[in-house]
Design a binder for this molecule. Structure first.
Ligand code: ADP
Length: 875
């Protein structure tokens, strides 16, 4: 006979059914229990022991539990591995409950909605994104609840990947149907937890009402949101609904949404971000189990630039690197500011000193608003804010150039908030309220009369207890008698066994130790009662006062977030100035013209890996009538380095940084494309060559004449004939049809002949010098094609056995008489008639073909012609 499940399990099932996508932490006394699949998953992921519980019926229920005390740690591990955890607490006192204790889910923690420091990385945003496709465009709503940012973005289908990559969200919300089409598939690989929600939640009309209500505005126009943002609006609605489901007790605070058009900054596709090693190095590093990688920042542009001093600055820097600007005035505003700061080493020092020690104001403020800040958090906020006047003082001494003037104008030292916090909080507030002793105090004395009185009462009791020791010593004559305290027995009098016989009759024994006995007396108990009651009430009162303070601070979140943005911006500009001073960068001259001109440019990362003198600077110039460079030279000569260096210099300039060169004029580019080397996309299950072609194709489809295209070794992944042909055709297309600034590094010498055909193409090579059998890499860029590829010399340098090298030389010599292009493009008069692959054709078959009018031919005539031509070709 199967019996009904127990009432407890019924309750469990009910709650679980409302949180199907989450692991349910079901509070039972001192444990969070997990049942069924959750238990099995947790046992696997967390290494817990799986047990079972009898459910009152025949079935045993799998069960795994974690102690409440360690609950957060287990939760953190689950969330970091991409799981959602719903925390279900007992919401009534079990002693008072009739029947099963009432339980409720008080919050659901997910990777995208995390607040606690150990779930967040200080130097990057923690975005949750919602996506909606509507009317042919994609709307994206992005929120970082840990700081309250809320952004709406509308973009074309083709740009989604770039936008998502830039935000790198931890979690993405999509309407249920979306996952069945291609976008959904791609999202699954974006390293984010993908959460499906019901399609109706993405309704823009519902969202409109919700936003109006939540941000207390009359209409959305004031927020810059119009009907063209409907897709983003619908996404925002779903995002807000999801967030409030996760936090039933009250949604975290979000700032008013900022609307962004993607035209404002330069989209950077994944290959460009990777190839230029902007924030992650290509040279590996293990993937963490949560999908984040711990790739070294050294070896990246971020690593070179990151001299920021605050977590807000670090996040902003990463954001800027991934979103170069397109507008000259905006870029110049940053450059002006960097210039002003770079002038004065003393200002740099003073600002650094003032900013150092400013903690994560953005996240602390958001925590206060969400009711999660600890006393120590508010203390940290106060101490950080208290440094702001110093920052401002230094700033006022600098010429308010460009963006600095905006920062100064918008500066708000938040002095009232500092006052409020300083007045209430002790100098070093504890992690939690009521650690039970004086050091644990949160609220200062003199703030609240009631609190002061309670403390006096408690201290009076303690004094009285201290006096009891003296009184009892003289009453009993036991000099070694002492009064002590422990958590279990409270206050006690301790007497050694030797003196046991001397104790008075009113002593009551409480505890026996090896060498002593512990007693209490009625008087001792009375004072203890007073002390403990007072302590309890002190804690309660402190909690009340702290709550009030936290709310008052949380209410100021808009101000706090606004100043945090200014601090972050200043921090990045300062970092740019410091890097410029230390590394010898110059201010680039930004223009809306086409030309790009770099004098003595250096690779910002590579030059740091060697001594400055060892790095060879190079000039690169791309103008309308010399806009394409074919770059040849042996392996290891430095082709890739130059290619990337040009890309990085342009990117640096467009994020507002100075650049590693002695002079640079930068015609602002609308997009930057970099395809370097054969990347290891094999994990995606595509062949390298296929990936290479797909990436090349994406560039050819997207680049405009204002783009900068950097290609390295197109066509390498296939046979030489194929490869040269593709590279040749790609070059022609880029040169003729797109007309953008291009550098094409290749080991196909054949391509250098393109210069004869394409007017705006120039050959360059990276110089090497042969000394005897040796090759000396000069790393110097010079006009003209490389004479050959020196692969064998490089092989020798790499340690190939001498015998192999000798044999290779011999084989090469036999090939050299048979040069591919020379053979292919040789004219008929020089030898047997050959089809020229690249040069103009003079073959009679071709001439005849040119005159053919296929549309006027019958199938039979066509067949006859084909037969004739075939015969002619064979003869
Ligand atoms: P390629 O692409 O021609 O095979 P790389 O650009 O990868 O060559 O450069 C090979 C190595 O040469 C780099 O790792 C670097 O150490 C060195 N190198 C490249 N360019 C320079 C330079 N301008 N000055 C000094 N060393 C350089």
């Amino acid at each position: 006979m199967t019996r009904e499940p127990t009432p407890l399990m019924q309750q469990y099932r009910e709650i679980k059914s409302q949180h199907p996508g989450a692991i349910l932490f079901f509070r039972m006394g001192d444990f969070y229990e997990m049942f069924y699949d959750d238990a099995e998953l947790a046992a696997r992921v967390l290494g817990l022991t799986l047990t079972s519980r009898n459910n009152g019926g025949a079935a045993e229920v799998p069960l795994a539990g974690v102690p409440v005390k360690a609950g957060h740690e287990y939760l953190r591990r689950l969330v970091q591995q991409g799981y959602r955890v719903a925390v279900c607490e007992q919401v009534e006192d079990p002693r008072l409950a009739k029947g099963v204790v009432r339980r409720e889910v008080i919050e659901t923690v997910t990777p995208g909605a995390a607040f606690s420091d150990d779930l967040l990385e200080s130097d990057r945003h923690n975005y949750m994104c919602a996506l909606l496709e509507l009317g042919g465009v994609i709307g994206i709503a992005a929120a970082d609840v840990s700081i309250g940012t809320f952004r709406l973005i509308v973009c074309d289908q083709g740009d989604v990947d770039d936008v998502i990559a830039r935000l790198s969200p931890r979690e993405i919300i999509v309407p249920r149907a979306l996952l069945h089409n291609g976008t959904g598939e791609r999202l699954r690989t974006a390293n984010a937890l993908v959460t499906e929600r019901e399609p109706w939640e993405f309704d823009p009309v519902l969202a409109r009402d919700e936003l109006v209500r939540r941000f207390r505005v009359a209409g959305l126009d004031g927020l810059g949101i119009s009907s063209q943002h409907d897709a983003a609006l619908g996404a925002a609605g779903a995002l807000l609904r999801y967030l409030s489901d996760l936090q039933p007790s009250g949604m975290p605070h979000l700032m008013r949404p900022s609307v962004e058009s993607t035209g404002h900054t330069m989209p950077l596709d994944e290959m460009t971000r990777r190839n230029l090693e902007l924030t992650e190095s290509l040279r590996g590093g293990a993937e963490l189990p949560n999908g984040r990688s711990d790739r070294e920042r050294s070896g990246t542009l971020l690593g070179v630039l990151d001299r920021t001093l605050t977590p807000m600055g670090a996040r902003k820097l990463r954001e800027w690197i991934l979103a170069p600007l397109l507008d000259r005035a905006e870029i110049d505003a940053r450059l002006d500011a960097v210039g002003a700061l770079k002038e004065h080493a003393d200002v740099q020092l003073a600002l650094a000193e003032a900013l150092d020690g400013v903690r994560d104001v953005e996240r602390l403020a958001a925590k206060a608003a969400a009711g999660r800040a600890t006393p120590r958090d508010l203390g940290g906020l106060r101490d950080s804010l208290a440094r702001l006047p110093n920052v401002e003082a230094v700033l006022r001494d600098v010429e308010p150039a460009g963006m600095l003037s905006t920062i100064v104008t918008r500066w708000d030292a938040c002095s009232e908030i500092v006052d409020l916090l300083s007045r209430h909080l002790v100098d070093r507030p504890p992690l939690a309220i009521g650690s039970g002793n004086d050091e644990g105090a949160t609220i200062r004395g003199g703030v609240d009369r009631e609190l002061d009185e309670l403390r006096a009462l408690r201290d009076g009791g303690r004094d009285a207890i201290a006096q009891i020791q003296a009184a009892e010593r003289s009453r009993t004559g036991i000099a070694s008698l002492k009064v002590g305290y422990n958590k279990v027995f409270g206050y006690f009098i301790e007497v050694t066994n030797a003196n046991k016989h001397l104790i008075p009759a009113d002593y009551q024994r409480r505890q026996t130790l090896t060498g002593a006995e512990r007693y209490v007396t009625p008087a001792l108990k009375e004072y203890e009662e007073r002390v403990l009651t007072a302590t309890e009430r002190i804690e309660e009162r402190e909690r009340e006062l702290f709550e009030k303070l936290r709310r008052a601070t949380g209410d100021e979140i808009m101000r706090l977030q606004a100043v945090a943005v200014q601090v972050a911006t200043l921090d990045v500009l300062l970092a740019f100035a410091v890097v410029a001073s230390r590394e010898g960068y110059v201010r680039p001259e930004m223009t809306d013209e086409f030309a790009l001109n770099i004098v003595a440019g250096r690779h910002p990362v590579v030059e740091r890996m060697m001594s400055r003198e060892t790095f060879i600077p190079n000039d690169v110039s791309l103008t309308a009538d010399a806009r394409m460079i074919i770059l040849t030279g042996p392996n290891m000569a430095g082709k890739s380095t130059i290619l990337r260096q040009v890309g990085l210099i342009v990117l640096l300039a467009q994020i507002g940084s100075f650049v590693p060169a002695t002079r640079a004029t930068i015609g602002i580019v609308d997009r930057l494309f970099t395809r370097v080397g054969a990347s290891d996309n094999l994990v995606r299950g595509q062949s390298t060559f296929m990936v290479e072609m797909a990436e090349t194709s994406a560039i050819l489809h997207t680049a405009t004449s204002r783009s900068l295209v950097l290609l390295d070794e197109i066509g390498r992944g296939t046979s030489t004939y194929d490869g040269v042909s593709i590279a040749w055709a790609v070059s022609e297309h880029v040169h003729d049809k797109i007309g953008c600034k291009t550098i094409f590094a290749t080991h196909y010498h054949e391509l250098t002949q393109l210069a004869d055909e394409l007017g705006a193409l120039r050959n360059y090579n990276v110089a090497v010098r042969e000394v005897g059998d040796e090759v000396l890499f000069l790393h110097r860029l010079q006009p003209g094609p490389a004479d050959r590829s020196y692969g064998i010399e490089v092989g020798r340098l790499a340690g190939l056995p001498d015998a192999v090298i000798r044999r290779a030389r011999a084989v090469l010599r036999s090939f050299e008489g048979d040069d591919l292009v020379r053979r292919l493009s040789s004219s008929p008069s020089e030898g047997p008639a050959q089809l020229s692959l690249f040069g103009p054709s003079t073959h009679p078959v071709i001439d005849r073909l040119k005159d053919v009018r296929t549309e006027e031919m019958t199938p039979l005539a066509a067949l006859q012609l084909l037969d004739e031509l075939a015969g002619q070709a064979r003869s």
